[in-house]
Design a protein around this ligand. Structure first.
Ligand SMILES: Cc1cc2nc3c(=O)[nH]c(=O)nc-3n(C[C@H](O)[C@H](O)[C@H](O)COP(=O)(O)OP(=O)(O)OC[C@H]3O[C@@H](n4cnc5c(N)ncnc54)[C@H](O)[C@@H]3O)c2cc1C
Length: 500
């Protein structure tokens, strides 16, 4: 008899949600996390009284998360205090001019009219088209398993309206923006969101162009920092009987005759289980924790062909003034064509200039209690950073790069920033890899282009190892806090069906 019915590796949102769902199914669950906290990419850490979000800084599509909490016998609203930021985001364009997107579609149209009246109609058409796609996708795509080609066919049979949106799956992000908007500036204002999904406008599938619309359905911050969300899953799961063990690194998944039998920890101890569920990077899971010797050769080749998602160097700043930032999120943008050029000429060449663009999160705009009174938090989540730098290392560059980045942001985006920094921490792709054991510092585990999507992404129910399931950003539907919550619901359904 096994020690547990279920062992879950990794307490990211996906791991927490599936652990709680498994406990709800009446199974004896052990959740193992290598770090000293839960949440993974969606967590919060403290330095000298400032509380910084490690990765995720907002959620949207909250109904998906609510469905998950409902399955657990509660609701999202009961478990997490959500704060809606008063603006969706502000923009600082490359030319220094500014713009804002309020929540209301109409008010956003008024802002667009100030810059490009010719694009107001395009904005309304874009919102109408994307609303219909979003409505279909949330139920018809996110919370549906995509384990096999058959699942994908069923997905479209059950929600046939999705077929209307095939051009979004075949085309790219850039083409969608070009179809709806004429002005380069309006296109620039809606283009940074492609890096929310990890690729530049010309490489990212068009379906992700839903993001600049779906944010208008509502974005939320959680009081106390993003860690409030994983903390809620942990609390609810533990009430249902799951056990969480922090500072516990899983070294190996025990496999015999192509069946998962449990795990081996860093100290050599073994824990057995009927089912093993992984919330860690799938490529690492299969190649390192399971081992190539347990994989059929075709699977081995397939797994090796997966590419890791991009990484995002991040600067965490505690400041002793009120910075001139009106929104929770300000996007420091560059034109779409320059984003593509940056990808090929800098990122792909292993270069990382200090002249950066990206998201400026001022989380104290939503929750002032995250910093000492009169102080604020600024997090610079910048353009994609290569894992390997050309001719140098992140360790060698980090110290000199940080003041250069702060100066650049101070001169260009956040006046006087340089004079008011009391705490500064720079997380490079190498740091991110060390912290969360995320290979190459990948922020969404694996790339999110068509060859890495839907039934081409590693399957939630492993096809090569019995008793092994996957949740989190590595499996369908991909990265994002609500999205990985959906992956946990999909896995729970499969387990209920196949593992009585
Ligand atoms: C910089 C950044 C910004 C983001 N912004 C947003 C946003 O604003 N909104 C949004 O919705 N999403 C955002 N995301 C994406 C979102 O945070 C992630 O997709 C999601 O949180 C990933 O959850 P996960 O369950 O896949 O696992 P992860 O968060 O990757 O967690 C995996 C866990 O496994 C642990 N682990 C790894 N190896 C082992 C091992 N061998 N043994 C034990 N434990 C192990 C890790 O320590 C980690 O805690 C962002 C991500 C990043 C990185």
């Amino acid at each position: 008899m096994s020690d547990y019915n279920v062992i879950v590796i990794g307490a990211g949102i996906g791991g927490l949600a599936i652990s709680a769902l498994m406990a709800k199914q009446g199974r004896k669950v052990l959740l193992l996390e290598q770090s000293d906290r839960v949440g993974g990419c969606c967590s919060t850490f403290e330095r000298e009284g400032y509380h910084f979000d490690l990765g995720a800084s907002l959620i949207e599509d909250i109904q998906v998360m609510d469905w998950c909490f409902q399955r657990l016998g509660t609701t999202l609203a009961q478990e997490v205090e959500l704060i809606p930021p008063h603006l969706i985001f502000s923009i600082i364009f490359k030319d220094g001019s500014r713009m804002r997107y309020p929540k209301s579609i109409e008010e956003s149209a008024q802002e667009i009219a100030k810059i490009a009246p010719e694009d107001v109609k395009g904005w309304y058409d874009f919102c109408k088209y994307m609303k219909a796609f979003n409505d279909a996708a949330v139920e018809g795509f996110f919370v549906k398993p995509a384990n096999t080609l058959g699942d994908v066919v069923r997905m479209f049979q059950q929600t046939p309206t999705m077929l209307k949106y095939m051009p979004l799956f075949n085309g790219n992000y850039q083409a969608v923006l070009k179809k709806f908007f004429k002005s380069d500036k309006i296109r620039e204002s809606l283009s940074y969101q492609c890096f929310y999904a990890g690729l530049p406008p010309e490489l990212l599938p068009g379906l992700y162009a839903v993001i600049p619309y779906s944010e208008h359905e509502g974005i939320y911050y959680s009081k106390g920092g993003m860690v409030a969300i994983p903390a809620a899953f942990r609390r609810v799961g533990e009430k249902l009987g799951m056990t969480t063990r922090l500072n516990t690194l899983v070294k190996k998944v025990m496999v015999k005759d192509r069946r998962a039998l449990g795990v081996v920890l860093a100290d050599g101890s073994e824990i057995t289980a009927d089912l093993v569920i992984s919330d860690i990077n799938a490529k690492k899971l299969y190649l390192d924790l399971i081992g190539e010797e347990h994989l059929p050769s075709i699977v081995r080749t397939g797994v090796k062909s997966y590419e890791y998602a991009m990484s995002t160097p991040t600067v965490y700043l505690g400041v002793d003034y009120d910075p001139p930032l009106e929104s929770h999120h300000t996007l420091a943008t560059i034109p779409m064509e320059e984003m593509n050029k940056y990808w090929w000429d800098e990122y792909e060449q292993g270069r990382y200039p200090a002249q950066q663009f990206g998201i400026i999160s001022c989380t104290t705009r939503s929750d002032p209690d995250l910093a000492p009174k009169g102080h604020n938090i600024i997090i610079l989540t910048m353009g994609p950073g290569p894992y390997k730098l050309d001719g140098t290392t992140w360790e060698a560059e980090k110290k000199e790069l940080l003041p250069k980045i702060i100066k650049y942001y101070s001169d260009r985006y956040i006046p006087d920033l340089e004079k008011h920094v009391s705490v500064a921490e720079f997380s490079t792709p190498a740091d991110f890899e060390k912290r969360l054991l995320s290979p190459e510092g990948a922020i969404y585990a694996l790339r999110q282009d068509v060859p890495h999507s839907i039934c081409f992404r590693p399957a939630a129910k492993s096809k090569s190892i019995k008793g092994l399931y996957l949740v989190g950003a590595s499996t369908h539907p991909g990265g994002g806090v609500p999205v990985v919550t959906a992956s946990a619901m999909n896995a729970a359904d499969l387990i209920e069906k196949y593992e009585k």
